[in-house]
Design a protein around this ligand. Structure first.
Ligand SMILES: Nc1ncnc2c1ncn2[C@@H]1O[C@H](COP(=O)(O)OP(=O)(O)OP(=O)(O)O)[C@@H](O)[C@H]1O
Ligand SMILES: [Mg+2]
Length: 259
């Protein structure tokens, strides 16, 4: 039921990889999952082996919603071979950013569109672009939780702080609408225990944010990138990899946290 956004300002921090593989792990545990690709880069869509569908994607429906026409998100859902459902993105979504600015209820469109879906899934994950854009704001307004994947390095930590600053404004917007959003947690990605910097930043985050930092670490694992290239999640690609082990661990912790 809950909608969870994967968001943080920093690019390449593992948002898309985490959306796919956390979702896939939960699906293996019997959960019903909807993935929403809200990033014009469409990395999530492509990493699941889906070619862009020019007339059936999040943008086409958002456009209808903006123009006051009847939209039907359900019609653009793709049922993936493993059982997860996907609302694909398209490059045109980039144009929606500008158009959204002058639309009534511009921060809430995605939230309205996803309402009818909520009861149909155990979890809905929205993969956000690496910026606090109108699309990210829409995703966060629609979400009950935000999950922030990041690398345990200095610049990502700066990105996190900057994101948290903007996030407070989102919390205010949501309060006005009578809605809540909480940080579910931070997940360290591309983690290497042998790197001093990784250990130090991890410790720093633990000291500052306590249990908001997931204990599960997603180690650097080339197979995670290879799986994306092959258009499948890590469990379908090779379940005997560190990537599969780590995302399964993350999924278990996720269920405990969100319960
Ligand atoms: N644990 C990992 N080990 C190795 N490679 C990884 C790992 N996690 C992610 N990658 C690779 O790093 C790159 C960036 O990851 P990803 O696309 O998930 O980040 P992102 O935060 O979604 O990026 P963007 O901000 O551009 O949307 C991808 O090529 C992905 O395959
Ligand atoms: Mg991404």
């Amino acid at each position: 039921m809950p909608i969870i956004s994967l968001a943080i300002q920093k690019g390449g921090s593992g948002k898309t990889t985490t959306a796919i593989n956390l979702a896939a792990a939960l699906q293996l545990m019997g959960k019903k999952i909807l993935l929403v690709d809200a990033d014009p880069q469409a990395n999530l869509t492509q990493s699941l082996g889906i070619l862009q569908e020019p007339d059936k994607n999040l943008f086409t429906e958002l456009k209808k919603q903006m123009e006051g026409q009847e939209e039907d998100l359900e019609k653009v859902i793709i049922k993936l071979p493993g059982g997860m459902h996907l609302i694909p993105s398209s490059i045109e979504l980039a144009g929606a950013e500008l158009e959204l600015v002058s639309v009534y209820g511009r921060e809430q469109l995605l939230s309205w569109m996803l309402k009818p879906m909520e009861d149909k899934y155990d979890f809905i994950f929205i993969d956000c672009p690496p910026a606090i854009s109108m699309l990210t704001v829409n995703a966060l307004v629609a979400s009950r939780f935000v999950l922030m994947p990041l690398q345990a390095e200095f610049l990502p930590l700066k990105g996190l702080r900057s994101f948290l600053h903007h996030f407070n404004n989102i919390v205010k917007i949501k309060k006005r609408l009578g809605l809540d959003i909480d940080i579910l947690g931070f997940v360290l990605t591309k983690y290497d225990e042998h790197k001093k910097m990784n250990r130090e930043i991890s410790k720093q985050l633990e000291d500052e944010f306590g249990s908001k930092l997931f204990q599960a670490r997603i180690r650097t694992n080339i197979q995670l990138a290879q799986a994306q290239e092959a258009g499948v999640d890590i469990f379908s690609f090779d379940k005997n990899t560190n990537g599969a082990t780590d995302y399964l661990q993350l999924a278990k912790e996720f269920l405990l946290k969100i319960a």
